[in-house]
Design a protein around this ligand. Structure first.
Ligand SMILES: [Zn+2]
Length: 414
């Protein structure tokens, strides 16, 4: 009898383990290749079980790599022997994942001292809409692959449409800080110190653009990045490589198992289709498009397919520098500004590039929020509020610039 119980318990434990990936002993290392052959060797790590937190891109540019225990010894030694620099960022990421979980359990409700669940975030949005029914709307612009609503929270005071600002987050599932900052922003616009921003602008905030992936990060794999659409070999596409503007030109993979798989066609994913179909209905009034990502502390300008600078580049760079000054005032957090290719790597098919390139929206920015690699995607919950506060300090510069007309529309694209 005892044996039977033991077997039943053992099989239960095993199935529980297989549902949720345990990352005990997985480490994150920052590896900088110095030659083309070192770069090529580094890129191969993805095929043998490493996961890129920051893609290898060029000689001299660091990549952040998550390595399972079996790749931390010999493989790292080979890279070092070839001449690459290897720096330890995180020893054991499961400790950070456990910390996130215990904070969520301690809190047990929606807030910004722990990362909230999909259900808690939706309940917060509904509650805020019910609290401010006269000038807010909560509506779905489409369904995800698994049938979840893509919920936009709209704030619009007065009867006439105003200049509009769009904010979206969590297109990459594991970047939890982004939806936390989005909901913090909604709260500040409705109940906090930034209510004045709703007098001059209508706001559209899509807190979770990739809900299936987001839920999957909570239930199965904390580090999932892509959508959850089914494919022949592997699941999901990188939604931020799936937009139909210079799709699959550079920095995206045609391997369905890659983290940066661009999808089987442009807009193959329901989540990107939803934006493709909705943005045109508001583009007439849209003056600002902001997409939230993490991590690296960057303020990115278009484009990702080319290092050619956009028209009025200097004006946008000047704005980026002023935003970075503002985000640094409260906690001395340093953000760097520039275009995607200059600061990161070539990456085409992103949402910002599509919005800019297709709809010629005045100001389009991508924020890579905290941090610069100390915790990476596993930013401790204690950093949610400071990250959101300094983002709003930066957003204030954007709001003022758009209000004062400092950034003027450019109609000479393409
Ligand atoms: Zn991202």
């Amino acid at each position: 009898m005892e044996i039977v119980i033991y077997v039943v318990l053992a099989s239960f434990t095993l199935s529980a383990c297989s549902e949720r990936i345990n990352y005990t002993g997985y480490a994150v290392k920052r590896i900088t290749p110095k030659t083309e052959s070192q770069l090529a060797a580094l890129k191969q790590l993805e095929n043998i079980g490493a996961l890129f937190w920051k893609e290898p891109s060029a000689r001299g540019r660091p990549a952040d790599v998550l390595l399972p225990p079996n790749l931390q010894g010999e493989m790292v030694n080979i890279l070092k022997a070839m001449g690459s620099t290897v720096e330890n960022l995180i020893e054991n990421i499961q400790v950070l994942i456990d910390n996130e979980e215990s904070a969520a359990k301690r809190t047990g409700q929606f807030g910004w001292t722990a990362y909230s669940s999909f259900e808690e975030i939706n309940a917060f949005l509904l509650e805020q809409h019910e609290k401010h029914p006269n000038y807010t709307r909560l509506f779905s612009i489409g369904k995800s692959f698994e049938g979840r609503d893509l919920l936009v929270f709209k704030i619009s005071r007065g009867s006439k449409p105003k200049k509009s600002i769009w904010l979206d987050a969590n297109i990459h599932a594991r970047e939890w800080i982004t939806s936390a900052v989005a909901t913090f922003t909604i709260n500040e616009l409705l109940n906090g110190e930034r209510t004045g921003w709703t007098r001059d602008f209508d706001w559209y905030i899509l807190s979770i653009l990739n809900p299936d992936g987001f839920v999957y990060t909570k239930t199965n794999n904390r580090l999932w990045r892509k959508t959850r659409s089914t494919g022949l070999r592997c699941i999901g596409a990188d939604a931020n490589r799936n937009f139909g503007f210079h799709w699959m030109e550079s920095g995206s993979s045609n391997n369905p198992c890659s983290e940066t798989y661009g999808g089987k066609s442009a807009f193959s994913e329901l989540e990107t289709q939803a934006l493709r179909d909705y943005i045109p209905s508001i583009s007439k009034h849209l003056v600002g498009y902001i997409s939230l990502h993490s991590y690296s502390q960057l303020i990115l300008l278009p484009y990702g397919h080319s290092n050619k600078h956009i028209p009025q580049y200097d004006t946008y760079m000047d704005l980026g520098h002023r935003i970075a000054q503002a985000t640094a005032t409260r906690y001395q957090t340093m953000y760097t500004t520039g275009n995607i290719v200059d600061l990161l790597y070539a990456a085409s098919g992103g949402s910002m590039d599509w919005v800019k390139g297709t709809h010629n929206i005045n100001l389009t920015l991508t924020f890579e929020l905290r941090d610069t690699g100390r915790y990476g995607f596993l930013l401790p919950p204690t950093e949610i509020i400071p990250t959101a506060e300094e983002f709003l300090d930066g957003l204030e510069v954007i709001v003022q610039s758009l209000r004062d007309g400092i950034i003027t529309p450019d109609f000479k694209e393409h």
